[in-house]
Design a binder for this molecule. Structure first.
Ligand SMILES: Nc1ncnc2c1ncn2[C@@H]1O[C@H](COP(=O)(O)OP(=O)(O)OP(=O)(O)O)[C@@H](O)[C@H]1O
Length: 318
């Protein structure tokens, strides 16, 4: 809450976080998007206090981390796992050795450690690669090791710093699926940062858009998409600019049973011409944006009808 981070350099100051408030609900997957330099990584490092915020507080599970003494903070930080973009594995240790590392640091006895490592590798689908070294693994497998290691201390919260950015699309998909499963099966709260809108679309319940150290928009993904002027809707479903006359941008914030476009032509005798757009499943709902040309004498009534149905209707200049 009220997070502010100023980096003091020799000749200037960089305001990396400017009064950032975020509320991540327990058990949800929360995605933070933004351009490079927006402050996403700084935010993540401040959440587990790898970096001290210049001002503001960070609470996890109702406890204010920023007010804790070092010993308590160390214990609290074990409840926060972290996954990195470039995996950050120890190349001289096997897969099992990497996952065991945080358990060794925490003083877990060898027999228990071994059992826990196998459980974790099973969880991420890598039980048969326990003796392999990181160099022998694919990118997706390395990230699975990173995730198993992050889960070793049974965290309640997982922070993910661009976990899929170094992976190809199919591998990205399988890692996102794994994160979704862990969220559901373990009740794990996940705070992830990404520059890929697809990640938000695929697994996030809530999202925030950051720009120049500030949060521009935050909330549940479906609520945001249904908000007039939503930046998130525009970013998730970018529409190419059109100079077609009578073009309208329609945002569908939920699934509709009725065939709205054919209803329009029937009820209002207008011509409807779809120019482009995308409809996809987000949080289990079919949502999307379309550019359509709607022409005819009853055009205004047709647009009001769509508005009444809960679609967002954006007409240039209206
Ligand atoms: N250790 C640091 N010292 C000085 N300035 C920093 C430091 N870390 C980040 N910054 C600056 O803070 C701002 C936010 O950077 P940050 O890395 O948090 O952005 P980001 O959204 O994560 O971008 P990226 O996706 O490129 O990592 C940038 O202007 C960056 O140059």
């Amino acid at each position: 809450m009220g997070l502010r981070k100023v980096y003091r350099l020799k000749d200037r100051e960089v305001l990396a976080l400017d009064d950032v408030d975020l509320n991540v609900r327990q058990g949800e997957i929360f995605g933070v998007v933004g351009q490079s330099g927006a402050g996403k990584s700084t935010l993540l490092r401040c959440v587990n206090l790898l970096e001290r915020p210049t001002q503001g507080t960070v609470s996890v599970d109702g406890e204010d981390l920023t007010a804790m003494r070092p010993a308590r903070l160390r214990a609290a930080r074990r409840r926060i796992g972290m996954v990195h973009q470039h995996f950050a594995l120890l190349s001289s240790r096997t897969v099992a050795g990497n996952v065991a590392f945080p358990l060794e640091v925490a003083g877990v006895a060898p027999a228990q450690r071994k059992r826990r490592v196998m459980e974790l590798l099973d969880l991420v689908g890598l039980a048969d690669r326990a003796r392999a070294y990181p160099a022998q693994l694919s990118g997706g497998q390395k990230q699975r090791v990173g995730i198993a290691r992050a889960l070793a201390s049974e965290p309640k919260v997982l922070l993910s710093d661009e976990a899929t950015s170094a992976l190809d699309p199919a591998t990205t998909e399988s890692i996102l699926e794994l994160l979704g499963d862990l969220n559901r099966e373990l009740g794990l709260t996940i705070l992830l940062i990404t520059h890929e809108m697809d990640v938000i679309k695929r697994i996030c319940d809530s999202a925030a858009i950051m720009e120049a150290g500030s949060v521009r928009e935050a909330g549940r993904v479906l609520d945001l998409i249904g908000t007039p002027g939503s930046l998130l809707a525009r970013s998730l479903f970018p529409l190419p600019p059109t100079d077609a006359p009578d073009a309208v941008a329609l945002t569908y914030p939920r699934s509709y049973d009725e065939p709205l476009m054919s209803e329009l032509t029937r009820k209002f005798d207008v011509d409807v011409n779809v120019l482009g757009g995308a409809v996809e499943t987000v949080s289990g709902q079919s949502v999307g944006r379309l550019n359509v040309q709607i022409r005819g004498i009853n055009r205004d009534a047709a647009l009001d009808y769509l508005d009444g149905k809960g679609l967002l209707v954006e007409v240039a200049g209206r």
